[in-house]
Design a protein around this ligand. Sequence first.
Ligand code: GDP
Ligand code: GDP
Length: 454
Amino acid sequence: EWTALDEVAGAADEGLGGGEPPQPVVAVVGRPNVGKSTLVNRILGRREAVVQDVPGVTRDRVAYDALWNGRRFTVVDTGGWEPDARGLQAEVAAQAELAMSTADVVLLVVDATVGATTTDEAVARVLRRSNRPVLLIANKVDDERLMADVAALWSLGLGEPYPVSGLHGRGSGDLLDAVLKALPETPREAVGASGGPRRVALVGKPNVGKSSLLNRLTGEQRSVVDEVAGTTVDPVDSLVELDDETWRLVDTAGLRKRVRTASGTEYYASLRTRAAIEAAEVAIVLIDASEPLTEQDLRVISMVVDSGRALVLAYNKWDLVDEDRRYQLNKEIDRELVRVRWAERVNVSARTGRAVAKLAPALRTALESWDRRVPTGQLNAWLNELVAATPPPVRGGKQPKVLFATQAQTRPPTIVLFTTGFLEAGYRRFVERKFRETFGFTGSPVRISVRVRE
Ligand code: GDP
Ligand code: GDP
């Protein structure tokens, strides 16, 4: 008996041909306590996904692999947030915006026993603008008697409500059928993956120079393919030609528009950053080289790593860096950026144009790593040698055995170790470090996941 063996084996099999198709994404939104988590568990049949035991997965947006009628998709539970001073409505509306910008299908969950609240109405208003399919879920319909309350939810303007009971399972089969029907043939992620320009997010805290760099990148070319309003390129993106290759910079509309809303600026900037990272394959995180590294910088870097995107660190404003500052900076890098030691650093100046040409090669390297697969044979030859030289530490008098490994996924590379016992986090980190010493993977996060045989 393997824990979740079916899922892992499935992923590995699909992967053998290289470059498995990306899965469509279903996002679940709604007020707290309407039953989102219960419904997600119901959809998953309470099986948990490989991503679960990866340390550092963000708590507020957890993604799971789901399988229904032979189709795989990813369910994103937006449930973990806590309303704060800005109020419930703003929070939920922001969640809805985020879901719309990242998912292929959005499920809005409403508590049928309560009916449509003003918050539900606010979210529905946001979702009605979406060009993604939205399904309205009337939850907690544990029996027939509630059907009149379900009908009342037509008022939200999202079409026919799907009555379900997440708790008892009632109606969930029909709902899943409807979800499958609403899923696109090719998920939105696949659009760029199949030969289109690679998608790049330009992110960083306010005032690091994102829009300056964007101007520099778009200004250096003669013909700017800019904000194409066609069908293939989202009008919020920009296409730029760098180093003889066309790249798609995602969500640059937000960088161009210098108007910034008066309230909740930071919060929405952070949501936008998140959405851009999710929509991209690789992120350039800009850091102000002239100032000490801040918590905010580290948060943006973590967002990239946690969402499994490739990463390039660009130290901007290099024109302001002197000897002293450079010394401090090296110390900061050693101390604070250990977690992303694998990321390439480029020292640029958006103002003078210094080293901006180095960005494209760094992006290319990062994406090559992100796409790369180590064949199972090669991986296991390496692993056997490693484990023989340094076996995992004994726990509770038992020596866990590492039986074999497979790279179950690319984008990001994910290694699954099959073992006879729990492997401590320290040993996993050791495996990752050794893995990188041998295989490199510059610019890409690498995930190590463990499946324990029981
Ligand atoms: P979330 O905050 O939206 O993720 O909501 P939860 O999934 O945590 O559920 C909130 C509460 O509603 C819990 O006490 C659940 O047991 C309950 N609940 C969820 N789904 C149903 C349902 O279909 N019927 C009933 N009666 N209760 C439910
Ligand atoms: P954003 O908020 O990240 O889009 O940052 P901006 O592009 O608006 O830049 C913020 C400030 O930093 C502006 O005053 C820019 O002129 C300045 N700036 C941007 N890049 C550089 C640079 O490379 N060197 C210097 N000295 N200043 C820069």
